[in-house]
Design a protein around this ligand. Structure first.
Ligand SMILES: Nc1ncnc2c1ncn2[C@@H]1O[C@H](COP(=O)(O)OP(=O)(O)O)[C@@H](O)[C@H]1O
Ligand SMILES: CC(=O)OP(=O)(O)O
Ligand SMILES: [Mg+2]
Length: 402
């Protein structure tokens, strides 16, 4: 029996998203999600697509990522899709930080694991979860190739002018301080899917991709290659996010330390976990924020306005970086679902050839679609991301070659 299946694990800071795909024909056999890992109210949602079976949901404490993966493995086994299947060709893992070392999907060995571990200080919310995912999967199937697909890989084409911070070069090089960028698998997939939606080759189009999930980033993609992105050394720079501040004057940190007496760890936690939307209004879910805005809540309104203001600045900046823009693509949880965010971010940009059609923007769909009025100079699109499919494709291409 030939092995054509790939299991993809996207381990986040408090969640695991997974998909089992058959790469012969590209069908999804099962998809699921474990959320709120580490809390009392963890939730597992599993859908066995291959059999057309019902979605199964369970809640109860799942203490860590290892327990989460074991629970996922049990769900797959119930459907006859267990990790012991000889049809499984590989397990593909999303790894957030690959530093400068990894520009391609990579078969994981001890040296790769050590490098992912070395990069924990620059992806403290993500790389530890990615490592646990890999180690647990290795323990379950030690014989199987495990492949890492890095968020940073797509951004390694950024020119030095975009990748370097304007700080002392020797110090920057000694500590590898530079802009790496993240969500690259999504930016790559969405920029290609946007070109396809326009009926053009990726090499022919310039796209601004706005990946707005819990973490959020923008990228400028010129002819299929990333030339700038909003996240930097870590996933903290750039846009306002669910719990992260995005851009701020670095002197805020000295001020909080010297005047506020906060420790480095306290400032780290403040900026990564208690800032962004949750810091501004107490909620990080855009659905809840919109509900509050619609009820006239001033604090939620201000949080929304700050979020949009930053987003608009990046659209303008990347317009200037690219010179000519063919499309602006919204993606991820907020970008795909929050019509008011898309409308507000594009409002007032007619002079740049950008506009949103109210009726098209209100359509709900899982398909890539245009939301700009017919005849617009620049297309505005909603393009659902599929990091798991992209990871599976890259993983399978690597192991099937061997
Ligand atoms: N219908 C919706 N309207 C507005 N926002 C939504 C909707 N559905 C999901 N979201 C937003 O999407 C976010 C999660 O996006 P997602 O891309 O899944 O993030 P991540 O991968 O970082 O966990 C949620 O925090 C929520 O704010
Ligand atoms: C890199 C990053 O911010 O990822 P996520 O959006 O999954 O938190
Ligand atoms: Mg995500």
């Amino acid at each position: 029996m030939s092995s054509t299946r790939v299991l993809v694990l996207n381990s986040g800071s408090s969640s695991v998203k997974y998909q089992l795909l058959d790469m012969r024909g590209g069908s999804r056999l099962a998809v699921g999600l474990v959320e709120r890992i580490g809390e009392e109210t963890s939730r597992l949602k599993h859908t066995p697509l291959h059999s057309g079976g019902e979605t199964r949901e369970s809640t109860g404490p799942i203490p860590d990522h290892e327990a989460a993966l074991k629970a996922v493995s049990e769900e797959l086994t119930k459907d006859g899709l267990g990790l012991d299947s000889p049809e499984l060709a590989a397990i593909g893992h999303r790894v957030v930080h690959g530093g400068k070392s990894f520009t391609e999907p990579t078969v994981i060995d001890d040296a790769v694991l050590a490098e992912i571990e070395r990069l924990i200080p620059v992806a403290p919310l993500h790389n530890p979860a990615n490592l646990t995912g890999i180690r647990t999967a290795q323990a379950l199937r030690p014989d199987l190739p495990q492949v890492a697909v890095f968020d940073t890989a797509f951004h390694t084409t950024m020119p030095e002018a975009a990748a370097r911070y304007a700080i002392d070069v020797k110090t920057a090089d000694e500590y590898r301080v530079r802009r790496y960028g993240f969500h690259g698998t999504s930016h790559a997939y969405v920029s290609r899917a946007t070109a396809e939606l326009l009926g053009r080759a990726p090499e022919d189009v310039n796209v601004i991709v706005l990946h707005l999930g819990n973490g959020a980033s923008a990228s400028a993609v010129e002819k299929g290659r990333c030339v700038d992105t909003s996240m930097g050394l870590t996933p903290l720079e750039g846009l306002v996010m669910g719990t992260r501040s995005g851009d701020l004057d670095p002197a805020v940190i000295f001020h909080l330390a010297r005047v506020g007496g906060l420790s480095t760890d306290e400032i780290d936690t403040l900026l990564n976990k208690r800032s962004g939307l949750i810091g501004l209004c107490g909620d990080n879910d855009m659905r809840e924020i919109r509900r509050r805005v619609d009820e006239g809540d001033e604090q939620a309104r201000l949080a929304f306005d700050i979020y949009i203001h930053r987003l608009k600045k990046y659209i303008g900046a990347y317009y200037a970086v690219l010179g000519r823009v063919d499309a602006v693509a919204f993606t991820a949880g907020v970008g795909e679902n929050a019509a008011p965010v898309r409308e507000a971010a594009i409002a007032g940009l007619q002079e740049l050839g950008l506009a949103v059609d109210e009726g098209l923007n209100a359509v709900r769909s899982d398909e890539p679609r245009l939301i700009s009025p017919a005849g617009s100079r620049v297309a505005v699109a909603v393009v659902p991301t599929d990091e798991e499919l992209e990871i599976a494709t890259q993983t399978y291409a690597l192991v099937a070659r061997k």
